[in-house]
Design a protein around this ligand. Structure first.
Ligand SMILES: [Zn+2]
Length: 103
């Protein structure tokens, strides 16, 4: 059982009820509440990482490795890392795909 890198709470895997698809992991102390038309963070901890965004899709093993501090290779050779300072708790190192030459 992995623990939250911020508050040491238990981590939970959240899956979609209908499809069973992996959605995200979150800290047991993370909680959002709908206030009007917005979802607001109301828990003691905000830790949460998506399994899928427009930049990457990872599985449970990769998520575990990410939490252990490994860099995960995602699309186009870009690297996904844990970054607790970031709002998304991850950071992507984009590989430079361009060359420059005189014109
Ligand atoms: Zn936490």
């Amino acid at each position: 059982m992995a623990e939250c890198p911020i508050c040491k709470g238990k981590l939970k895997v959240i899956t979609k009820k209908e499809s069973g698809d992996l959605a995200y992991i979150k800290c047991e102390n993370q909680k959002t509440e709908k206030q009007g038309s917005n979802f607001v963070e109301v828990g003691k901890c905000k830790f949460k990482i998506n399994f899928k965004t427009k930049y990457y899709q990872i599985d449970k093993v990769q998520m575990k490795n990410l939490l252990d501090g490994s860099e995960i290779e995602i699309k186009d050779g870009n690297l996904l890392k844990l970054d607790l300072e970031n709002e998304m708790f991850t950071k992507i190192d984009f590989v430079d795909k361009y060359d420059e030459d005189d014109f």
